[in-house]
Ligand binder design. Structure first.
Ligand SMILES: [Zn+2]
Ligand SMILES: [Zn+2]
Length: 256
């Protein structure tokens, strides 16, 4: 299995996952042209895509799904609540409902979905398994629930939201109401929350951890990486590579 975050952050998200010549995308908040450009620069082929899995209806996750799905004739998986909320944005797509706890087979990949805690209608996060490797993608969640923690325990790789530095958020330019929303149980994970989660799921088999959805207003990649490094040093139960994903360019392609 190999994967790459083609974009990550409040201006657009797209995670590409490939196994044995067939690929899926989790979310697409980029235009078709942007996504094609990013895939090309990462050495990936969008023609290998079979399906798009949507986490929730916020624009940074669904804006580009419709054009992409129509261009490559992709199936679109999302919860019924997400689909209803995103209907105006998506246009006509080949939609398949997916519920929390359900697993869908796409080529050699098994994609399982689990409810998350975020201010959207029926948000999901996804854990993807292939022969001998697994990847969990946990972004846009206000709190790590028991269900999500359980599902992330034995992964080969994880994408974890390191959204904000609490000090930067509190002292930053956001309006009070928005600050409260980001910090709430249906908002986003802070560097501190994410580090605790990382410690909980750390084991010797965890090879790569990507820090995602890093706020450009309330965080710095270096602060997120520092928090993750300190968590790893304290826990001492594994030494995965760390990478801070960017809004503007793809991460390296990680081979699992
Ligand atoms: Zn988002
Ligand atoms: Zn969101």
């Amino acid at each position: 299995m190999r994967f790459c975050l083609l974009a990550s952050g409040s201006k657009g998200n797209a995670t590409y996952i490939e196994e044995n010549g067939a690929a899926i995308l989790i979310d697409n908040g980029l235009s078709l042209v942007q996504l094609q450009g990013r895939a090309k620069s990462a050495g990936l082929e969008l023609s290998k895509l079979k399906a798009v899995f949507i986490t929730h209806e916020h624009g940074d996750h669904v804006k580009g799904v419709g054009p992409l799905a129509r261009k490559y004739s992709l199936k679109v998986y999302a919860s019924p609540g997400t689909m209803m909320a995103a209907n105006g944005t998506l246009g006509r797509v080949d939609y398949e409902p997916i519920a929390s706890g359900e697993t869908v087979v796409a080529g050699s990949l098994k994609v399982s979905s689990f409810s998350s805690s975020h201010d959207a209608t029926e948000p999901l996060i996804y854990v993807v398994k292939g022969p001998g490797a697994s990847l969990g993608v946990a972004m846009d969640l206000g709190v790590v629930t028991h269900l999500i923690r359980q599902q992330f325990l034995n992964l080969t790789a994880a994408v974890i939201e390191f959204n904000h530095d609490l000090g930067m958020l509190i002292n930053g330019p956001y309006h009070y109401v928005l600050k409260q929303r980001v910090r709430s149980r249906v908002g986003h994970l802070s560097n501190e929350d994410a580090s605790v989660f990382l410690t909980e799921i750390l084991h010797q088999g965890l090879k790569h951890v990507v820090l995602g959805h890093i706020s450009e207003t309330n965080n710095l990649p270096e602060l997120a990486l520092q928090a993750a490094r300190e968590a790893l040093a304290k826990a001492r139960r594994g030494s995965p590579s760390l990478c801070a994903a960017s809004q503007w360019e793809p991460t390296p392609v990680f081979q699992l």
